[in-house]
Design a binder for this molecule. Structure first.
Ligand code: ZN
Length: 148
C-alpha cells in the first residue's frame, strides 16, 4: 500500500514539474521580440512540413530535425506526436492511388483500419502471426489470441 502511495506521489510531482515547465515556456513566448518569434515560427514550420513530406518518428522530429536534447521530449510530446503520427502530406495522393487501383486493403492500411475483411475499426495492435505481420482492432486481437 505504501509503495502505491509513494508511486502516486512521485507521478504527481512529475506532473506538477511538467506543468510548471510548460507554463514557463508559454510565458517565455510572451516576452519574445516580434521578429524573433517570426523567425522561429518560420523555421519550425519549415521543419514540420519537411516531417510531413518525408516522414519520421517523434524522436527524429525533435532530436534530428529540430536539434533538441532529451529535455525537450516531455514539453514537445503532445503536439509533436500529433505532427509525427497524423500529419502526412502524401496521404491524399496515396489514397488516390489506392482508389485508382481499386485496392480497398491498401486504403484500409493507409487509414489505419483493422486488417480483418469487413472490419472498419481502427488498429490498436500489431502482432506477428503465421500469415505474417497483422494489424487489428482490439476485438480481433483478442479473438486471434483466444482472449475474451
Ligand atoms: Zn477488427
Amino acid at each position: 500500500m505504501s509503495d502505491k502511495k509513494d508511486l502516486w506521489d512521485a507521478f504527481s510531482k512529475i506532473g506538477e514539474a511538467m506543468a510548471a515547465r510548460e507554463k514557463e515556456l508559454d510565458e517565455a513566448v510572451e516576452y519574445c521580440e516580434y521578429d524573433m518569434k517570426l523567425a522561429v515560427t518560420r523555421w519550425v514550420m519549415k521543419h514540420i512540413v519537411q516531417q510531413a513530406s518525408e516522414g519520421g518518428s517523434y524522436r527524429y522530429l525533435i532530436y534530428d530535425r529540430l536539434g533538441f536534447g532529451p529535455d525537450a521530449y516531455a514539453p514537445l510530446c503532445s503536439d509533436g506526436l500529433t505532427i509525427s503520427n497524423e500529419f502526412d502530406l502524401n496521404l491524399r495522393e496515396n489514397i488516390r492511388n489506392a482508389i485508382i487501383q481499386n485496392d480497398m486493403n491498401k486504403i484500409k492500411e493507409i487509414v489505419g483500419l483493422c486488417d480483418v475483411e469487413g472490419c472498419n475499426r481502427y488498429i490498436s495492435s500489431g502482432w506477428p502471426s503465421d500469415e505474417g505481420y497483422r494489424q487489428t482492432c482490439s476485438e480481433h486481437y483478442r479473438e486471434a489470441h483466444n482472449e475474451s
